[in-house]
Design a protein around this ligand. Sequence first.
Ligand code: KIV
Ligand code: ZN
Length: 377
Amino acid sequence: MKQVKIFDTTLRDGEQGPGCQLTLNDKLEIAEKLDAMGVDVIEAGFPISSPGDFKAVTAVCKLVKRATVCALARANRKDIEEASLALSTAKVARIQLGIGTSDIHIKHKFNTTREVILAKAYEMVAYASDKCDEVQFFAEDAGRADNDFLVQMTNTVVEAGAKVVNLPDTNGFCTPFEYFEKIAYVNQNRREKENAILSVHCHNDLGMATANSIAGLMAGALQVEGTINGVGERAGNAALEEIILTLIVKENLGIATGIDPKYIVELSSMVERAMSNPVQANKAIVGKNAFAHSSGIHQDGVLKDRRNYEIIDPQIIGGKLPELFLSARSGRAALKDRLKNMKIDFPAEHFESIYSRFLVLADHKRFIEDSDLRRLV
Ligand code: KIV
Ligand code: ZN
């Protein structure tokens, strides 16, 4: 199995989601749980952005026991100095700094040339290298950048001292095939492979963040970035719980992490509550319907053997085995099972009549409660 690192950015990129601001206490509670779950790197904030974020990064450094703590900076000295100061008590301190690398960013954001961007990246990575334990460089908008330029950029920043090169799909623009090819191309054509690893960081604008992240790992990246519940800018970041579970369920990928998944449900609820950002009911892994079977065909199959319709045991992520959801699509097996669990006794020959009445009720009522069934029987 190839071992990859998990980089969590719930506290930085995740908090950039509109209305998702966290208090210092929330950040500490989340960081502590992420550390217990076994994430390798916690990106705790962007220290120059506000005094509150600076304080949060410092507090996270003091709290975490094993994860590397990372702080974000743009490619300028002031940002790097603030990040370094905020990280001063971290056990292992990482600064992530970067600059736009697509021609759109180079022309329309910086009004400059690729050569100037390369020189700036080299200078700033070299400057940051003495100010923390490790430097991670992000090639912003790598998703839309020219692949040969990304190879050049990777070689440049690794020569300057970067230990991790992050190639983000900042705008969620790539399809999994395109992102796979990009990461594979940079990985195959870069120099000094033993000195630095590649990282993938995908946004969800086209709903492909998880698929792109997995494609990036398959193409050779050794670090993957994301947030709990997929929170983040616009449509969000890749959801870490989806990436982690994909790597567990799809053993054939041969990619392992050091994560203990039993914390996932708890962390998801913690982030949902702290950000006042409800998780959609049909969200993979952590949505309230993620393990709920409703149709008769599925319910009957699950009652015979859960493996018929479940690829994940919810208990491994700290969840409970769900009750079968009763609706007008439910069959006799599910209704019988529920009545048995409720310990309601009735003469067996009455079941057909109970079932027909149940269907009439369910055609008109979205949620069938236990009290409805008791009354009906
Ligand atoms: O999406 C992005 O490009 C980022 C960088 C700061 C890593 O969040
Ligand atoms: Zn991002």
